[in-house]
Structures are given as structure tokens and as C-alpha cells.
Design a protein around this ligand. Structure first.
Ligand SMILES: NC(=O)C1=CN([C@@H]2O[C@H](COP(=O)(O)OP(=O)(O)OC[C@H]3O[C@@H](n4cnc5c(N)ncnc54)[C@H](O)[C@@H]3O)[C@@H](O)[C@H]2O)C=CC1
Ligand SMILES: NCC(=O)COP(=O)(O)O
Length: 356
């Protein structure tokens, strides 16, 4: 199995228990059911974990009967373990709306409640449409925030993890702010928020990826990190002083920054495509959604995994969305969903190792 881990072993032993994963179907009008079925048909993805699908059984049956069944899929849904969440209203494939939003929200609530009761070690979520949740009356910026609220945590993060198929190097990008309008980014960023995210990233590198003395790159906000105040003052006013304080507090870490946001991605790009792994960082702290996710998706759209850190359980998800434009056509690529299941499995084994 492809490993996301740089140092720790991923050779699972007989003594270890296969992690129990709840896999939600996401928005049923999107490609979620398709990528879940395709992932579950791959024995390399399923061999080290026990998967229970949380979603609408009838949808999976329909998926198996449709042209999706021309692909490699589990031969029958009875081979799958499913928690059936029936639909209240009919779904139109390719159209996210109140009905599809109500369904994907119900899948999440079911998976979260059962995980909090101890039934699962991890939740793997297929994508939802935030607008469909809103249409159904559920006002959350996304699944990450719902998970954090239900788990009762206020310090949590959205981390994207991807392993290069070219070099084996792993890109880890944490977003400081996530689903807010761009015009609110500067006012939302603060030294306190940055410290909270750095705490999460340091802990995650250490506990989940076995990296004790991490090298972390921190982006600037403005072009050229403000060009000494000429192109924006956030770096001078608080980002550089904050970073200096953090360097004193965390001498075991190498904290580089604020790195001009455009050039920050040159070294990871080289490490991803074939040169210069040694000068790349173990973690990248981006200040806002698109600053972090444009490079992630350029390098690794087909395989990056969105991981929620800071929760009392593991949660992973593919990096892509509902892809309504191709839903029902049988052409969705399940590589990122497979990577999400693999990473959840590996994190669960890693946590078993830590607690034994
Ligand atoms: N984790 C989650 O729940 C996420 C949900 N979304 C939601 O998805 C919805 C659509 O977002 P978009 O920005 O359009 O991004 P998207 O990822 O759904 O689609 C972008 C483009 O990539 C293609 N694509 C996406 N996944 C693919 C796959 N597995 N195989 C082949 N092609 C694929 C689509 O056909 C489309 O052309 C939005 O409502 C957004 O909020 C977006 C990202 C993550
Ligand atoms: N762009 C990332 C994203 O939309 C993740 O959303 P969610 O997993 O919090 O629903």
C-alpha cells in the first residue's frame, strides 16, 4: 500500500486491529457514490480496514446497475456493509439542491454520531455541496466545521496531504483560514489564530507523521510578503514579530517565513516533480484557501487528501468537489477517494501504535 509516512513503519502487524471506517456518500447528486463504489472495488484499498458505507442503499444499487457497472465495482451491494439512510425526496443526478443537501447532511450526522459513540475509528467523507446544505437549511461553511462543532472542539484545521507519484515526497498544506470571503481574510488573520494553527501542524507532524523536528514554511499575505511595507503592512505589523516569537518558543522546529506567497511553492513543486526534496519543507502553512489549494490542486488534484486535524477521531476526504458536471457519467476518477481511505487507515494504525 502506498504510504504517506516518511519515517514511521506502515507494515501492519497481526496484533493490530483493522480500523473501522465510516465512508459517507456525500451529495448523492454528485460523483460521491461513484467514487466510493470504485474505491471499494479496489482490494488494495480495502484489505487493511473494515468499511461501512453511510448513505442510501438504493442509490448504490442503482449505481451498480447503471453504466457504472461497466467499470470495476464491487459485484453486489450485499458485499458491502451499509448503514442505510433512506432519501426523503427524489434526487436529480447532476443537480445539487435541498433534497440532495438534506441527504448528504443526514449521512454526515449519522456517521458522526456513531463515531462519537465509538463505533468507528475514522470517517471518510465524499464531497458535499455547501450550497445544497444551505438550501436544505443547514448553515455550515462545510463538513469540517460541522465535524468540529459535533465533536466539541474549537481548535481544528484543514490539512491537505498528497504523496508524489514521481518522487514519494509528501506535501502537507494547512490552511489558516478556510471558507470565508477573500475580503475578510486580512481581518480574520491574527497572531492568536496563527499560533493555534501552528500548534495543530506541529502536533500532527509529530504524532501522525512521526516528524519531531519539522521544517515548516509560512506564507506571507501580500505580494512579495509586502515588499517592506510598500505592498501591504501585515508582514511588518505583526506576521514577522509573531514568527520571531514562535522561533523562540519552538527552537526544535525550523520556521521559515513569511515566504512570498508566489515563490513559496517553487520548492514543493520541485520536490513533487523530481528534484530538491531535501530543501522542501515538512509542512506548509498557507494563510487562505486559494493560496494553499491552487498549488495543491495543480500538483495533486487527482490524489490529495483533505484531512481534518484537531478532532478526537480521524477524518479524511478527497480534495475534489461534487463535480455535478460529470455525475452519472461513470467517468469520475476515484484516485483521491482511494487515497483518502488509505490515509485514514494508515492514521488509524499509527494511532493504535501510539496508544499501545
Ligand atoms: N470536500 C468537499 O466536500 C468539497 C466540496 N466541494 C464542493 O463541490 C462543489 C463543486 O465545486 P467545484 O469548485 O466545481 O470543484 P469540483 O472538484 O467539484 O470540480 C472541478 C472540476 O474538476 C472535475 N472533477 C472533480 N472531481 C473529479 C474526479 N474525481 N474525476 C474527474 N473529474 C473531476 C469536475 O468535473 C470539474 O470539471 C461546490 O459546491 C463545492 O463546495 C469542493 C471541494 C471539496
Ligand atoms: N476546498 C476544501 C473544501 O471545500 C472542504 O470542505 P469540507 O470538507 O469542509 O466540506
Amino acid at each position: 500500500m502506498t504510504s504517506f509516512f516518511t519515517k514511521s513503519s506502515t507494515n501492519f502487524t497481526q496484533q493490530q486491529t483493522r480500523p473501522r471506517l465510516a465512508v459517507t456518500l456525500g451529495d448523492p447528486a454528485g460523483i460521491g457514490p461513484e467514487v466510493v463504489l470504485k474505491a471499494l472495488a479496489d482490494p488494495d484499498v480495502t484489505k487493511d480496514c473494515h468499511i461501512t458505507v453511510v448513505g442510501t442503499s438504493a442509490l448504490l444499487q442503482a449505481g451498480l446497475k447503471s453504466r457504472l457497472s461497466e467499470q470495476s465495482l464491487p459485484s453486489q451491494t450485499k458485499e458491502l456493509s451499509i448503514i442505510d439512510v433512506p432519501l426523503d425526496s427524489e434526487i436529480t443526478i447532476g443537480t445539487g439542491n435541498a433534497a440532495s443537501g438534506a441527504a448528504s447532511f443526514a449521512y454526515m450526522e449519522t456517521a458522526i454520531a456513531r463515531t462519537l459513540c465509538g463505533e468507528f475509528d475514522a470517517i471518510v467523507t465524499a464531497p458535499i455541496a455547501k450550497s445544497a446544505w444551505k438550501a436544505a437549511g443547514h448553515h455550515y461553511p462545510g463538513q469540517t466545521e460541522l465535524l468540529a462543532i459535533r465533536a466539541g472542539v474549537d481548535k481544528f484545521g484543514m490539512l491537505f496531504v498528497a504523496r508524489s507519484p514521481h518522487t514519494g515526497w509528501t506535501l502537507r498544506t494547512l490552511l489558516t483560514t478556510t471558507h470565508i470571503p477573500l475580503c475578510q481574510v486580512a481581518e480574520t488573520l491574527s497572531p492568536q489564530l496563527m499560533t493555534a494553527k501552528l500548534d495543530l501542524l506541529e502536533k500532527c507532524l509529530r504524532e501522525d507523521f512521526g516528524i519531531e523536528k519539522g521544517k515548516i514554511a509560512i506564507a506571507g499575505l501580500n505580494p512579495h510578503s509586502g515588499e517592506q511595507g510598500q505592498l501591504g503592512r501585515e508582514e511588518i505589523d505583526w506576521l514577522i514579530p509573531w514568527l520571531e516569537q514562535e522561533r523562540q518558543k519552538r527552537p526544535h522546529l525550523q520556521l521559515d517565513g513569511p515566504i512570498p506567497p508566489d515563490t513559496m511553492w517553487v520548492k514543493p513543486g520541485q520536490a513533487w516533480f523530481g528534484s530538491g526534496i531535501s530543501s522542501a519543507h515538512d509542512g506548509y502553512l498557507a494563510l487562505y484557501h486559494d493560496q494553499g489549494l491552487i498549488p495543491v490542486k495543480l500538483m495533486a488534484f487527482d490524489r490529495a487528501v483533505n484531512t481534518s486535524i484537531g478532532l478526537p477521531f480521524i477524518r479524511t476526504s478527497p480534495d475534489h468537489g461534487t463535480a455535478f458536471d460529470i455525475a452519472g457519467k461513470g467517468i469520475a476518477d476515484a484516485t483521491s477517494m482511494k487515497a483518502a481511505i488509505r490515509l485514514a487507515t494508515q492514521l488509524a494504525y499509527q494511532r493504535q501504535n501510539c496508544s499501545s
